[in-house]
Design a protein around this ligand. Structure first.
Ligand code: BJ8
Length: 423
């Protein structure tokens, strides 16, 4: 990695603690990613982004700020990136996927909180992640109880805005979400001193849609019987989509897909014949959470899809383009960001189960692993309905719960191996 020490010091980071993370991440990445055989060359770009993850993109964000621009971070795919983008700000993801940040979160949150929340809070309070130092505004939401309470703690340390996401999808809930988006737009105009216009929103929607299309193309490669890319690599690219420049990301992803098209034509597969195809469903896998993919793909399986926020929930369904007014554009955002995302925070949430069955069929999955991060009550509870529906459809399913540590890796491997053998 290039030398970013000065930048990290200027961001008032705890550079000494951060150095520990910089030491372990390349090792984990080498073991999990670089050890794979016959990886597509197009993954080189994504390897570079990871190797420079706390340097390259943060320095671009800082450059943007030096020119007077703003950076807005968010933690949930219900928060529309198009809003900051249409006001000239850069939107970035902030969810954290490493155990490194969990103890920092546990200083202020109960241990019985999901690791994604603890890590996100720890990354800010311990001053060990540049993205959490750079963001001019943090946008939280009221999706789950753990997050709601975490924002109350985070707001003492960072500038926060909370979006109140409805828990149902009735007409009045759509109206409420529209108000929330309009408030967010107003706040963004104040923060950036830029007026959001129909033209600026049109451009933002087109950029975000282009990223979705690139991701859909990449994920679609795993519909083929012979898999031209591993699930791990697709996960990595998807995780990077939350942080990277959206236009460059789409371009690099399409370049990777061109190479994969060629592989498909030539019948190249990165897995031997007979590898069991697994669809993952459940809670998001934020970077650098690669544990479950790695376990599956080193146990005789291949991950062919993710019904997750780091998967199909992120890119399926475009925001409708071609609206005549800004108000109509907002309606289209409401439709995509409320109606189009089936998180377990909603009741009822049967659309999510329909999605899992549809994806399992589309990607010819031999089985589904329904994953829940430890202490995530909503996904864990919904697991009952997911498993019941899949069994009724004759699709084998395994429910797993895990956290960010490696302590359960042996036990998980045993269960995954037994499942792969059984299906
Ligand atoms: S749309 S999944 S990104 S809320 S895992 S913090 S739900 S206790 S991350 Fe999520 Fe938005 Fe839903 Fe997706 Fe809470 Fe569960 Fe933790 Fe979660």
């Amino acid at each position: 990695m290039a030398d970013y020490q000065k930048m990290w010091q200027d961001l008032n980071m705890d550079v000494e603690a951060h150095d520990q993370l910089c030491e372990v991440l390349p090792m984990a990445f080498g073991d999990i990613y670089l050890s794979q055989e016959n990886r597509p060359q197009g993954m080189d770009y994504f390897n570079l982004v990871v190797s420079e993850i706390h340097g390259l993109r943060p320095s671009e964000l800082i450059e943007h700020q030096k020119k007077g621009g703003k950076v807005v971070g968010s933690f949930c795919i219900h928060v529309p990136d198009e809003v900051p983008m249409s006001a000239g700000a850069i939107a970035t993801g902030l969810c954290s996927g490493s155990q490194f940040w969990v103890p920092g979160g546990e200083k202020v949150l109960p241990t019985a909180t999901c690791p994604l929340i603890k890590a996100s809070i720890g990354a800010r309070l311990d001053r060990t992640c540049p993205f959490f130092r750079i963001a001019d505004l943090f946008v939280g939401e009221t999706t789950c109880d753990g997050k709601k309470k975490a924002w109350e703690i985070l707001k003492d340390d960072a500038p926060m805005h909370i979006m109140d996401i409805p828990q149902m999808k009735r007409e009045r809930d759509y109206a409420h979400w529209k108000e929330e988006i309009l408030d967010y737009m107003k706040l963004m105009e104040e923060l950036t001193s830029h007026k959001i216009t129909k033209e600026s929103m049109e451009k933002a929607i087109a950029i975000a849609n282009e990223k979705r299309k690139a991701l859909a193309r990449l994920h679609g490669m795993r519909r083929h019987e012979r898999l031209p890319i591993s699930g791990k690599d697709v996960l990595l690219a998807t995780q990077i989509a939350f942080y990277d420049d959206p236009q460059r990301f789409a371009q690099m992803t399409h370049a990777l897909c061109d190479e994969l098209d060629q592989r498909v034509q030539e019948g190249v597969s990165v897995f031997p014949a007979g590898t069991k195809r697994i669809l993952l469903s459940g809670t998001p896998l934020s970077i650098p959470n690669w544990k479950i993919h790695h376990l599956i793909e080193t146990s005789g399986g291949a991950v062919v899809g993710e019904e997750m926020c780091t998967g199909s929930r992120y890119f399926e369904g475009l925001v409708e383009e071609g609206a005549n007014t800004l108000d109509e554009q907002v309606d289209h955002l409401v439709e995509r960001y409320l109606g189009g995302i089936h998180c377990a925070c909603f009741t009822p949430n049967t659309e999510r189960i329909d999605d899992i069955v549809r994806l399992a069929r589309d990607y010819q999955a031999d089985g589904v692993i329904d994953l829940s991060l430890k202490f995530c009550t909503i996904y864990d509870s919904e697991g009952y309905s997911v498993e019941k529906a899949l069994r009724e459809q004759g699709i084998p399913v395994l429910g797993l719960e895990t956290d960010y540590t490696d302590e359960d890796a042996g036990q998980l491997r045993t269960r995954i191996e037994a499942f792969l053998e059984m299906i």
